[in-house]
Design a protein. Structure first.
Length: 199
């Protein structure tokens, strides 16, 4: 008799399963939606921590930040009969500011140029002479050509890279160089070097 009572209890409650009337299943029902809020709360906390730590690393407006004070350097006194001596002002580290060397393209000039149409009238073929006034050879020269209408209004720009080398203090002529497709209304072209590389 006692055995049959135990078996009926097992059948009613199941083996390890939850019955709908038990308090455990009610707690589990409330716990599952609560887990959805946990990642959201962690994200809000992380965002607040990142925001405050970033704010703390910057000095406040009322705080004073240490600044280096550089005393002016007096100019050297010139002798009565000598010319004034030019000097370079030192930087904060005590080093003199040295002017940068001119770019290779600064001493490249196009001395003569003309252009004509090729193909079916949409290709621009430019002929020009490039002068290199540098003390070194240059290559990978970028030539930019601006095309305009007869009245001077701008139409389009085209850039062409020349892989050829132009020697020191020399000139080189490029004949009928294809610089790209242009508008059919283009009647004028002005080309100039925009970049070059020291060889």
């Amino acid at each position: 008799m006692m055995m049959s009572t135990e078996l009926s209890r097992i059948e009613l409650t199941g083996l390890g399963g939850d019955s709908p009337g038990r308090p455990d299943s009610v707690a589990n029902g409330y716990l599952r939606p609560g887990l959805v809020w946990l990642p959201a709360a962690l994200m809000v906390g992380l965002a607040a921590w990142v925001g405050f730590s970033g704010y703390a690393s910057k000095p406040a407006e009322s705080e004073t930040v240490g600044m280096a004070v550089v005393a002016p350097v007096p100019a050297p006194a010139a002798a009565a009969g000598s010319a004034l001596v030019a000097f370079e002002a030192p930087t904060g580290d005590g080093e003199a500011i040295v002017p940068e060397e001119a770019a290779p393209v600064d001493r490249l000039k196009i001395s003569s140029q003309n252009w004509r149409r090729g193909g079916l009238g949409s290709n621009a073929l430019v002929t020009f002479t490039l002068r290199n006034n540098n003390d070194y050879a240059v290559k990978d020269i970028a030539i930019s050509c601006a095309f305009s209408r007869r009245d001077g209004s701008h139409l389009t720009d085209r850039v062409r890279m020349l892989a050829e080398t132009v020697n020191t203090r020399s000139r080189k002529t490029f004949a009928r160089l294809h610089v790209g497709f242009v508008n059919i209304n283009a009647s004028k072209a002005k080309c100039s070097p925009v970049a070059a590389r020291h060889v």
